[in-house]
Structures are given as structure tokens and as C-alpha cells.
Design a protein. Structure first.
Length: 402
């Protein structure tokens, strides 16, 4: 009987163990099923992320295509600008009287210009119409209008003409802000080189703030824009444009040993053009600011001779008697020396290092500030070095003598 009970107990134990094992197996299966569900959920989420990533890549590809299109449109900017301005750029023909050994003769001069306003004012270079007895303005459709000279500024080589356009609807060009120009910025020049009407050339701004010496000018022309766009005889007076079609300057000179374009051209900045032209239209003239000094830019040799800490500034050699500089007490040179290049100068004068707080490296900086920022009658400060000491001098700006 005991053996029977033992067998029953063993059987029961085995059954319980088997049941427990089944329960554990079931529990494990449920756990695996839960893990599989979790993995499946994660896979599903990953699939969603892959789909979204694919959509993002599609958008990027689309945007890239759009950017390529934009670049292609930028390449055609000169074409768009030309269509915008072509009816406003004119050819100017002038007849001047030239006196020679054999008597008087007539000379024909051609240049370019552009429509400034709806009243019929045309802007060009003064040298195109200087001494003219007859001036004609031609539009691209070959229509011609007689013009009269309203006024001119020989120093900056700007002239304003006036035509009676009748029923013609004039399309003035818009002037831009030349102070925002950058070296390397693309530009467009439109004019009539060698009589070829409506010629467009492109290039970049090579440098800003150039000082140009001219044989006929009383002083160098400051703050010019240097460009590499091709400019040749006949371009003079035409507009220099940015890629929005705004006038940022007037082409007026080239640097060349042959008289033809050699890769360096110059233009008068639009900010100065605006001041000069508006004054000419209103009063027939423009009064340039002037302080009455002459001298030389400080170089290392001059800095050493005068015990200056660095080769910068403008050394005043001569002060015009009765000029604003003279009245302000600016001093010229006192001691004559010969430089290594053979040039004789007077040192010992005041060295101008700032004008109204703006750093001066040379004469160009002084003239540029005067032309763009000041008018006759304005007051300004000159920071000078005198006898080794830095000091400020107040000066009342005068009018450039004619």
C-alpha cells in the first residue's frame, strides 16, 4: 500500500512539474510574442521614418533643381537689364568749333548719355559737349531731338542737357546707392562705342575710391569706380548699371597708352552724380567743397624723415593764403628735402590723419569725404599731427575757386 502511495505521490509531483513547465513555456511564449510585437512596432516606425526620409530627399532634389534654374536666370541678368534700360540710353552728337593755326574749323564728337527725368533732362560727360555749337540726342529708334546745355561741372566731367520730347514718353533711369557697391560686384555698361549704338559690355568692379589725375583738372578726381567692362571712345557719359538695372555711375574715362580700352575704366559714383546733376538743374552749376591745401601722401621715407609712427596720412606742403585751411591755422612745410626718387618737397607741415573721425591714408580720402559728405559752409574736424603731437582743428569748408 505504501508503495502505491509513493507511486501516486511521484506521479502527482511529475504532473505538477509538467504543469508548471507548461505554464513557464506559455509565459515564455507570451513574452516572446510581446517582444515580437515590440520589434514589429519598431520596424513599422523605421519604415515610416524611411518613407519620410525619402520624401525629404525628394524635396531636396526638387529644391536643387529650382536652384539650378535660378542660377540660369542670373546668367541672363544682363539681357534683362538691357531690355529694361535700352530705350533710356541715348547717343549724343555734338559739333564744336576748334581754332587752329589756319583758323576755325568744325569738329564732330560722339558720346553717350541717359534719360534722367521725365522733363527731358539728359546726363552725359562734359567733354562730349564742351564748346559745342550744336547738340543732338538720338534714341535707339533713330529719332533725333535738338538739345541745349543746361549746365556743366568741368571738374567731375558731368553735363546736363535738355530736350523737348514732345509726345514721346521718356523713361528715366533710376539711380542706385553707390556707397553700397562692393569690389567684385558684377556691373553692366551701355553706350555707343565707335558709333555702334546700344552696345552692352559686362564686367566687375575692380576697385573703389580711385583717385584719377587729369591733365586739365585743377585737382585729382576722387572716389572713382574702377571697372574692367570694356569702355571705348563713344562710351563716355553712358550709364554704369548694377544687375537690378539701377545706375551706379557714369562712365567717363579709361586708362590706356593707345587711346583704346586696356582693361581699366572709370566711372563717377551715382551718389556724387545725383548731387551734382540736381544742383545743375536747379541753379545751373555745382559748387565743390574746398579747404585750400596741397601736399603729398605720407610714405615710409617721409614718415622716417618726420619721425612719424607709421606711413599714413597727408602731409600739407602748401596752404593757399586766405583759404579755409589758412583761416583754421593749418601749417605747410618749412624744410626742403630731396627724396630718394629725386623729388624735392617741404617737410615739417601738418599731417592730416583723420577728417571728421574718418581715417585718412592720403589725399584721395580727404577729397572723397569732401565731395560725398560736405558742402561749402559746413564745419568739420581735421585730426592732424604737428610737431609729434596729435590735435584737432575745426575748419569751415569753402567753395572751390573757378
Amino acid at each position: 500500500m505504501k508503495g502505491l502511495y509513493a507511486l501516486a505521490a511521484i506521479s502527482l509531483t511529475i504532473s505538477l512539474l509538467a504543469a508548471f513547465g507548461l505554464i513557464m513555456v506559455h509565459y515564455r511564449l507570451m513574452s516572446v510574442d510581446s517582444e515580437l510585437s515590440t520589434i514589429s512596432s519598431k520596424i513599422s516606425k523605421l519604415e515610416d521614418r524611411v518613407i519620410k526620409l525619402g520624401e525629404s530627399l525628394s524635396e531636396l532634389t526638387s529644391n536643387r533643381s529650382q536652384q539650378v534654374i535660378v542660377v540660369k536666370e542670373n546668367i541672363t541678368a544682363p539681357e534683362r537689364v538691357y531690355e529694361l534700360v535700352k530705350d533710356s540710353v541715348v547717343m549724343i552728337k555734338a559739333v564744336t568749333v576748334v581754332t587752329t593755326f589756319f583758323g576755325k574749323s568744325y569738329q564732330h564728337v560722339e558720346g553717350s548719355g541717359f534719360v534722367y527725368d521725365e522733363e527731358g533732362h539728359i546726363v552725359t560727360n562734359y567733354h562730349v559737349v564742351e564748346g559745342a555749337v550744336k547738340i543732338e540726342v538720338y534714341f535707339p529708334d533713330k529719332s533725333m531731338y535738338a538739345a541745349k546745355l543746361v549746365g556743366a561741372d568741368s571738374y567731375l566731367d558731368i553735363a546736363v542737357l535738355k530736350i523737348d520730347a514732345g509726345d514721346r514718353v521718356l523713361k528715366p533711369l533710376t539711380l542706385g546707392n553707390s556707397s553700397e557697391l562692393k569690389v567684385g560686384q558684377p556691373i553692366i555698361a551701355v553706350g555707343n562705342p565707335f558709333g555702334f549704338r546700344g552696345t552692352l559690355t559686362t564686367g566687375v568692379i575692380s576697385q573703389l575710391g580711385r583717385l584719377l589725375e587729369t591733365g586739365s583738372s585743377r585737382r585729382p578726381i576722387p572716389d572713382l569706380i574702377q571697372i574692367d567692362a570694356a569702355i571705348n571712345p563713344g562710351n563716355s557719359g553712358g550709364p554704369l548699371l548694377d544687375y537690378s538695372g539701377k545706375v551706379v555711375g557714369i562712365t567717363n574715362a579709361i586708362w590706356s597708352r593707345t587711346g583704346e580700352f586696356a582693361g581699366i575704366g572709370f566711372a563717377i559714383p551715382s551718389n556724387i552724380v545725383s548731387k551734382v546733376v540736381n544742383s545743375i538743374i536747379t541753379t545751373g552749376k555745382y559748387d565743390h567743397p574746398w579747404i585750400g591745401i596741397s601736399g603729398i601722401d605720407v610714405n615710409p621715407e617721409i614718415a622716417e624723415l618726420m619721425n612719424l609712427s607709421k606711413p599714413a596720412g597727408f602731409l600739407v606742403i602748401y596752404v593757399t593764403p586766405g583759404s579755409p585751411a589758412d583761416k583754421a591755422g593749418i601749417r605747410g612745410g618749412t624744410k626742403t628735402v630731396k627724396l630718394s626718387n629725386g623729388l624735392e618737397i617741404k617737410i615739417g607741415g601738418d599731417v592730416i590723419v583723420r577728417i571728421n573721425g574718418v581715417k585718412v591714408l592720403g589725399l584721395g580720402d580727404i577729397l572723397a569725404y569732401l565731395e560725398e559728405k560736405l558742402r561749402p559752409g559746413d564745419k568739420t574736424d581735421l585730426t592732424i599731427i604737428r610737431d609729434g603731437r596729435e590735435m584737432k582743428v575745426e575748419i569751415v569748408v569753402g567753395k572751390l575757386p573757378i
